[in-house]
Design a protein around this ligand. Structure first.
Ligand SMILES: [Zn+2]
Length: 122
């Protein structure tokens, strides 16, 4: 085998290795994409289960301390979201009904949702 033949064999080997590595990279990429997709579905399942557990345990005095702590955290976060939504209403010039929490017009005397008389707090 002369120098040129050896060079051709080496080049073919290198090409074969590169082709194999590319094939592996594509196959691994597909598996990683599948894992990410399954993890996304798994997280949605956990959230759905968590909501069911929250509803089931939120008034359960016998729930474990860990569950009670998470329920307390969830209630705090729900409250934070409500406060942020109310702030958006205020920024837009509206007010919140103290009775039902609905957004009401700046000059309304009664809540358009529950009919309660609106009290100015500022
Ligand atoms: Zn109301």
């Amino acid at each position: 085998m002369d120098f040129l033949d050896e060079a051709i064999v080496k080049a073919k080997d290198m090409f074969s290795v590169a082709k194999k590595k590319t094939g592996e990279a594509v196959a691994i990429g597909k598996q990683k994409y599948d894992i990410a997709s399954i993890e996304n579905r798994l997280n949605k399942s956990y959230v759905a289960l968590g909501k069911i557990c929250y509803e089931s345990f939120k008034n359960d005095e016998a729930a474990s301390d860990e569950i009670k702590a998470l329920i307390s955290q969830i209630e705090s976060e729900i409250n934070e979201i409500e406060l942020a939504k109310e702030e958006i209403v205020r920024i837009k010039g509206g007010r919140i009904c103290a009775e039902c929490g609905a957004a009401v017009g700046e000059n309304s005397a009664f809540c358009s949702h529950c009919g309660a008389k609106l009290i100015f707090t500022e």
